[in-house]
Design a protein around this ligand. Sequence first.
Ligand SMILES: [Zn+2]
Length: 278
Amino acid sequence: MPEAPELEVAREFLAERITGQSIAHAEVIKPSVLRPLAAALVPDVVGRTVAGLERRGKFLLLRLSDDRALVVNPMLTGGFQYCPPSERLFKKTCLLFGLSNGRQLRYLDDRQMGRVYYVRGSRIDEVPQIAAQGPDVLTPMALEEFRQRLRGFRGEIKGVLTRGRVVSGIGNAYADEILFEARIYPYRKCGQLTEDETRRLHAAARSVAAEAVKAVRERTGDRIHVKNRDFLKVHNRGGEPCPRCDGRISEVTANRRITSYCRRCQPGLLVMPTLTGR
Ligand SMILES: [Zn+2]
């Protein structure tokens, strides 16, 4: 679930509250999310101070004192909760950190698809997939660089966006929103994008992500574990009216991922996308 906008809001929220706090105790409830598997997390992490929080694409990093870091790749189902210890423990709670301010930071993951790496601060780049990501979607990128980066890819544009190499932090939901904004058919081949489409895509990526940060921030409050996506225009809105034209939003499911788009605003040749794969 979390893509750059949600993670950015969680980062801001947590940075303000837990920077400078120390970890008074820790519990590993579901060890399968933790890497390395044999990490002696609890004895090593207790007593360390949170030095700061960073986000890199779809990863959230907690820098800890004395060269340690928790690097979280929440994938589809991970998320965070910040609450008093008295708050009911969700079944999906995997890790729990008691902080010196009396609050708890919890890592939640329904299907335990996400990963939490406990590593040396100097070795963050060794965390799988983190270094392969392209520049962050919320960081301005020149059109020319965007064009150059796209050039290396042949696949369908939506798949290229979600893979995170051209620009990072975009998942299934915001890819649909960005392509709708740019009026580009999600299954269009990357190499076939016109000059104008590339320009529109470049502008839409940034503006959709930046607007989403504002929308998520307004809706989140202190409940960073709750999903707030009622503001999305097309994603998961199959059958509803298109907010731009008289058409209806189409929905295609491939590899258990939903793609929502407007056939009128985002015209393209529907060549059985379920069969052409990525
Ligand atoms: Zn439309």
